[in-house]
Write a protein that binds this ligand. Sequence first.
Ligand code: UDX
Length: 432
Amino acid sequence: MKLCMIGTGYVGLVSGVCFADLGNDVICVDKNISKINQLKKSIIPIYEPGLEELVKKNYKAGRLKFSTNLAESVQKSDIIFICVGTPTKKNNYEADLSQVISVAKEISKNIKSFKIIMNKSTVPVMTGDKLEKLISKKVKKKLFSVVSNPEFLREGEAIRDFIYPDRVVIGTSNKKSNKILKNLYLPLISKGAKYINASRRAAELIKYASNAFLATKITFINELANLCEKLNVNIEDVSIGMGTDKRIGGRFLRAGPPYGGSCFPKDTRALVATAKKTKTSLSVINTVINSNENRSQLLLKRINYILKNKIKNKKITFLGVTFKANTDDMRESACLKMIPYLNKKGAKIKYYDPTGKKNEFEKLKNVEFKNTIKDACVMSDLIIIHTEWNELKLIDLRKVVKKKNFIVYDMRNIYSPDKINKQNIKYFGIGR
Ligand code: UDX
């Protein structure tokens, strides 16, 4: 099939490349000329394991093209995917739809034959209705169909998540579109993905409900971890004990720093904003948002306690600063709150991240990026393990720190407290 992805961010690029790999002809469009020029040279703007190889392979095979010409790309394609950002608005919790609207207007100027317009951007319920109304100002209704097709890709696992999704959600009541789309997704359905055809509004809500539920699960286990710290119970035992009940499920029950990234914080806020408009109370999600926003402060309190209220001049190392492992994304990472706070209190901070130096800390005096784990850890008073990268899981801490007394604060519980204590290293984890 002939597809056009508008927006070469996370969703557009990964989906476009994977659709090409399934044998479709795909044009990825972006208005950013330098990004498109880089992509034509297989230079990938984001960190995503396996993506570069797939881009090279499909670009070489001619199935994948990159363009800045939206008009031409839309005209050449049968299915148009809108994959642009919907960040939180500056003044409130609502999703900013300006990019989606502007793309829809551009598309509407270029429809001459039947097109399916797939919205993959995460948008509030009824945005599909709005897009349909907007496009119908320029185009006859029988020439287009607006469908909601939420994505559930995780950064760092995006290719695997695309190829083996649990479900494909298609929000449309248009039979013709549904038939075409089922065919498009057939290679994934035949590998076990469940195909769910729902109303467009339901599909839009499924995305928010899923992310809000996962955010709730994480917040639930994080709060229980706080309790475990007081009761001397290991949260890992609780997670396993709970999670083996199939009704609960073991995934997304890992306690740690507050959840971050480009989706959970933004989508929980946007869902609450939608509910507010209809005067519906979503008290659970409101509580989740507040609890998560307060969590960095809670972890900082714990650091204060660990360092016996003496932060000034302490040498602190952060291992991993992105919001989670296997990504270079800093959005809503707890480090954005923790590092500046500790820095202000007079700590001398070194950090290491497998994805390199971060501009966010550039201006902070006494916050230094180190190229290796060894350089970051040597002579530190406190090592904070902030993300669960594989390369951070087996460090010989005694060997790299080269100091008699130091403390480890393992915010992802990736080390065994017993093993670390046996080496005479003071260890703190989350909820244990
Ligand atoms: C998420 C959704 O999973 C995906 O379906 C959606 O489309 C986009 O948003 P992503 O933001 O890439 O994906 O990250 P994810 O792996 O879901 O983790 C989100 C946050 O939750 C991270 O901060 C992570 O560290 C945290 N997390 C996750 C936990 O703290 N504990 C867990 O058990 C799982």
